[in-house]
Design a binder for this molecule. Structure first.
Ligand SMILES: [Zn+2]
Length: 311
């Protein structure tokens, strides 16, 4: 047996060599990106805004998912283990992430996006907060006040600069640009709510995620499912809420992360108007109405205003 492969033409060899070189170069470029892991979709969006093209961001709790009932997957542990930077909300919202990351071998720092904000405490009469972490009296949903998110952005920028000093100028200028957008958003929300007469500033949403929004912008939220969204209100509390709604006619909103059945029942029994869906703890998918933090807040504002300005 004596067979030989036909000789490859030189041109083919050259083409193959350049293809190989190109592949190597491309993968070196990809590795140069800073891998950031964020606990949930809203933080992931903020990290992408500040990091720009220097970072790739994975949000472990994705669009329309509820971080209060997160169950880690093996792929989440692998991602966290190899990240260059991990961003958490803090305030007891995502304490599972440092544990998960350390067990996966992560040795970097944890950027706590909410560091330095003034946390609100939760209504103590509301007795169902077992999923909110160590300090059960702290409300974790600080991102619902846009001024707090300016602090989030500063903290994320500082953490990125520490993790990747070569990108400091990029991170600073991205953060400054995004802070301006946040300032515009904050002013928009204030101007809209100022149009409402005080008697029209009350709404019902399923879980207690809007206390920061309520406090910052002057609305009142009633939330029968508690802060973690998993409390079943007792029969008496439900009857009281329904009676109150019949008197006061506050519109009822669904949330993207919660089971709608409780809210539909409240709406049916009280006869009040359906307000639409609010995005509380997670963004929508890319083709939905709230794929970024800015879009989410504008969607929530428009949804609230449509219901509250209705005759
Ligand atoms: Zn929540």
């Amino acid at each position: 047996m004596n067979f030989r492969l036909p000789p490859l033409p030189l041109r083919t060899l050259q083409a193959f060599f350049f293809l190989l070189l190109g592949t190597l170069f491309a993968s070196t470029q990809a590795c140069a990106e800073i891998e950031v892991v964020a606990s949930f979709s809203i933080l992931g969006d903020l990290a992408r805004e500040v990091g720009g093209e220097r970072v790739t961001v994975a949000a472990l709790v994705g669009p329309d998912q509820d971080a209060h009932v997160y169950e880690p997957r093996p792929s989440d542990a692998r991602r966290a283990g190899r990240a260059r930077l991990i961003v958490t909300n803090g305030l007891g919202y995502d304490d599972w992430l440092p544990r998960l990351a350390r067990s996966a071998g992560y040795t970097g720092t944890f950027a706590i996006a909410s560091a330095g904000i003034r946390p609100l405490s939760m209504d103590k009469s509301d007795a169902h907060h077992e999923h909110t972490g160590h300090d059960e009296r702290i409300d974790p949903h600080a991102w619902q006040d846009v001024r707090n998110v300016q602090t989030y952005v500063d903290n994320i920028a500082a953490a990125l600069i520490a993790a990747d000093p070569g990108g400091a100028d990029t991170y600073r200028s991205n953060a400054a640009r995004y802070r301006d957008e946040l300032a515009r958003l904050d002013a928009e929300i204030r101007a809209a709510i100022a149009r409402l007469p005080p008697a029209r500033r009350q709404v019902v949403s399923s879980h207690d995620a809007f206390t920061y929004f309520a406090r910052a912008y002057g609305l009142r939220f009633l939330a029968p499912a508690g802060v973690a969204g998993n409390a079943e209100p007792g029969a008496r509390a439900l009857a009281r809420l329904i009676a109150q709604l019949r008197r006061e006619k506050a519109p009822v909103f669904l949330e993207n992360i919660n089971d709608p059945r409780l809210m539909e029942r409240i709406r049916n029994e009280s006869g009040v108007a359906a307000g639409g869906t609010l995005y509380s703890d997670a963004l929508s998918i890319a083709s939905g109405p709230a794929p970024t933090y800015l879009a989410m807040m504008r969607h929530n504002l428009a949804t609230l205003m449509t219901a509250l300005e209705a005759p």
